[in-house]
Ligand binder design. Sequence first.
Ligand code: ARG
Length: 474
Amino acid sequence: MQPENPKTQTPGATGGISGGSAWSGRFDEPVSELVKRYTASVDFDKRLAPYDIQGSLAHARMLYACGILSAQDLADIERGMGQVLQEVQSGAFTWRLDLEDVHLNIERRLTDLVGDAGKRLHTGRSRNDQVATDVRLWLRASIDGIDTALRTMQEALLKLAEQHVETAMPGFTHLQVAQPVSFAHHLMAYFEMLVRDRERFADCRRRVNRLPLGAAALAGTSFPIDRERVARELGFDAICANSLDAVSDRDFAIEFCAAASLTMTHLSRFSEELILWMSPRFGFIDLADRFCTGSSIMPQKKNPDVPELVRGKVGRVNGHLVGLLTLMKGQPLAYNKDNQEDKEPLFDTVDTLLVTLTIYADMVGGIRVKADAMRDALKQGFATATDLADYLVRKGVPFRDAHEAVARAVRHAEQAGCDLPDLPLADLRAFSPAIGDDVYAVLTVEGSMASRSHAGGTAPSAVRAALAAARNRI
Ligand code: ARG
């Protein structure tokens, strides 16, 4: 038992690690109830418990291997932690606010179960390196889950795209009809964004996967520890090389949040399109009913709530990124309590991203494509005007002149209330004598798409190649 200090007892507690707080020996009075609640993090950091236990076991085994802890102590700690984990997982664990955080709660329960061995566990470490280790372990597992979810989303996109290689829709610039594109090609634009998102998370994971433990409070420890051993057991690629940096920087969490913001931004852009496409003004798609809701007053409504919420949730995820950047910017080395504020934004970012990706993959699978409406829309914006200009260039007309001739032809067709391919040859020739009767082949939607057959283009042949390549990439 630690010597007890009667002055520091909180109600029902006995001081020292076996009673009240883990640090009460130095104080004349207990913290106020409000301060206790203000400084405690257990309400949210308890989700780190399995990682805290994993880290503690690796630490204890290393202490034993280095002759710092006895075999009996290690056996007690392993047995006790087994029970603590079981209690945490079953929900039987009693979390105590007066024990501040997940670390002290678990250490106290361990000590209750196994006695002195539990009190020896904290040898050569600090909560500062402990919490940084826990967060990294948790984030690493989260990144792996996110990668799986991103992959599932890519598969859903690919599956839908494979059914729509030949489905023509207007491609837009400035939200004005620009040129015909394959709907599959359009979908695959998002696939590419998700490829980069996965790369970003994988890259971030390399820097997350470093071991802070051994840095102790900030300067390292006087015990002959073996950090490499702990790193190996916990699956870290390497140890953090500087103890002050190890306990204090949260840049790994910030860059994770930046990657998450980008993924959410991609999903938000897609959402904006789904919302537009589902509007009767477009009518390009319908979303499965399970992703929509009705209106309590307008009986006819079917609202695309899920994509709207995705678009909205980018706000909170971006907010978390800015929150963490701001949390970090004023902190001197090394650990400061400020860092306790890293968890809720980080947790919420992961939760929001994971649930969004999971719903999204399912939603993409439930998109009903209205190919006829897409094709009708192509009749309205002179989508093959560029093809006519390119045609004239191939006949020897300089591009700028061709552009001008086609612009005049478009104006004429607009006045006549028809599309370019509806104009008789004589009318078209009035704008350029270079136009022959082979022009109609290039004015069709199919001709326009098929001509863009280079790598990365929208021709069905190119899109098929891209889809096959994409299958191999995921
Ligand atoms: N709950 C703390 C956190 O999340 C654990 C580290 C506390 N360290 C300390 N010296 N008070 O950052």
